[in-house]
Ligand binder design. Structure first.
Ligand SMILES: NC(=O)c1ccc[n+]([C@@H]2O[C@H](COP(=O)([O-])OP(=O)(O)OC[C@H]3O[C@@H](n4cnc5c(N)ncnc54)[C@H](O)[C@@H]3O)[C@@H](O)[C@H]2O)c1
Ligand SMILES: O=C(O)C(=O)C[C@@H](O)[C@H](O)[C@H](O)COP(=O)(O)O
Ligand SMILES: [Zn+2]
Length: 352
């Protein structure tokens, strides 16, 4: 078992990483809230696999439970679903002393966290991530929100969970394509902060090696979000590959590449731009491509430079005509590189 503490800008919380810890959710949640109602939020795939066990455990511990299920997939990550969730919470009498449980992947976690930040102006929530992506990244750090027709994650709030319980055993039911999708974010962590992780990614990780890899990513994310909780500087490095990855997702109406796939292709493009600018060591792009291909991740974006540029104009790192590009100096070290928006456009035309 690994326990990682995170200071949090709003409150401190613990991230528990342990095979089998799913069985202890109720035990962990009990001392964290004074109320006795819990709303479990999950998607239509995860509900049938894990909601029953979670509800039974919570009820045995004395909680009154309510289950909100939405259709699985990125296309549900909208204000519309959030509206339905608010109504559900209100109809079931959830108060600010009660608890929300995000049981699922990043889509569930981002939406539950956003409802938790805004319903009654704040109600506690616990993250129980069930995808590799959500275990290594989205359940930690308190970025919550939804996609909009004008761009990815453009409505949201910073709001930390009261606890994160990561049980790698839950990944045994995860379809292979989503496991590989999560490896896209794992490779991001290696690329921005820890070149040695590449050795652990030569084969598909499993068992203790997988648990260690999850803990390493969480520790890196904890260090970065503690240093810059509200994303005003250093935290930008966690966005490596995301400027173009998010543009790609938006241009496909959130039904093309999954998030991890889009980030994978976005990282390759960012490495090409970095090499063109002379910021990134030559050969880094090829190194990234080899690692991504090993795990069946895409290495090319599917839209044109002009389309991607237009879509990226809504990026949150775009401030008054200048865009903070996240580049690598070399594999294992990221750098934030501000450039005028027009230069970004011509770089895209040259590099894609
Ligand atoms: N807040 C953050 O810091 C942060 C970080 C990274 C990504 N994200 C967001 O996370 C989202 C992507 O998350 P995701 O990849 O987890 O997607 P997801 O939540 O849609 O889950 C992927 C698929 O796996 C299924 N699934 C989940 N757990 C399962 C299990 N244990 N067994 C079988 N099937 C299971 C789901 O039903 C879904 O079909 C994106 O919206 C992205 O923007 C947020
Ligand atoms: O936590 C962060 O900060 C990240 O950038 C992690 C990313 O993997 C994640 O996809 C995040 O949601 C992107 O943030 P955004 O601010 O670009 O929406
Ligand atoms: Zn991401």
């Amino acid at each position: 078992m690994t326990t990682i503490s995170c200071a949090g800008f709003d409150h401190p919380y613990e991230i528990i990483i342990e095979s089998g810890c799913f069985a202890r959710v109720a035990h962990t949640a009990l001392p964290l809230v004074s109320g006795r109602r819990v709303a479990v939020v999950t998607d239509s795939n995860v509900a049938g696999l894990y909601a029953g066990g979670l509800l039974a455990g919570l009820e045995a511990a004395g909680f009154q439970t309510h289950l909100f299920v939405f259709p699985a997939g990125e296309q549900s990550k909208t204000l519309d679903t959030i509206g339905q969730l608010y109504r559900f919470l209100s109809e079931n009498g959830l108060t600010r002393s009660d608890l929300l449980c995000a049981l699922g992947g990043g889509v569930t976690g981002d939406m539950t966290g956003f409802a938790s930040a805004t319903y009654l102006r704040g109600i506690p929530y616990v993250q129980i991530p069930t995808t590799l992506l959500s275990q290594v990244d989205s359940s930690v750090g308190g970025k919550t929100g939804v996609d909009t027709p004008f761009g990815k994650n453009l409505v949201g709030a910073f709001h930390n969970p009261v606890a994160v319980l990561i049980d790698p055993e839950l990944l045994t039911t995860l379809p292979r394509v989503f496991f590989e999708d999560g490896l896209g974010e794992v490779i991001k962590y290696a690329a921005i902060r820890d070149a040695a992780m590449e050795q652990l990614l030569l084969e598909r990780p499993h068992g203790e090696a997988l648990e260690a890899l999850i803990a390493r990513c969480v520790a890196i994310k904890r260090d970065v979000v503690e240093a810059d909780p509200l994303d005003t500087g250093l935290r930008g490095i966690l966005n490596f590959g995301h400027t173009l990855g998010h543009a790609e997702e938006k241009l496909s109406n959130f039904s093309g590449y999954t998030h991890g796939q889009a980030v994978a292709a976005g990282m390759v493009a960012a490495a090409a731009i970095g090499e063109r600018l002379g910021v990134t060591e030559a050969g880094t792009r090829a190194q990234l491509v080899r690692l991504l291909e090993r795990h069946n991740l895409p290495t090319a974006l599917t839209h044109s430079a002009d389309e991607l540029f237009e879509a990226a104009l809504h990026d949150k790192k775009n401030l008054s005509g200048s865009l903070s590009l996240i580049l690598l100096r070399r594999f294992g070290e990221a750098v934030i590189h501000p450039i005028p928006v027009e230069d970004f456009h011509s770089l895209l035309r040259q590099c894609l």
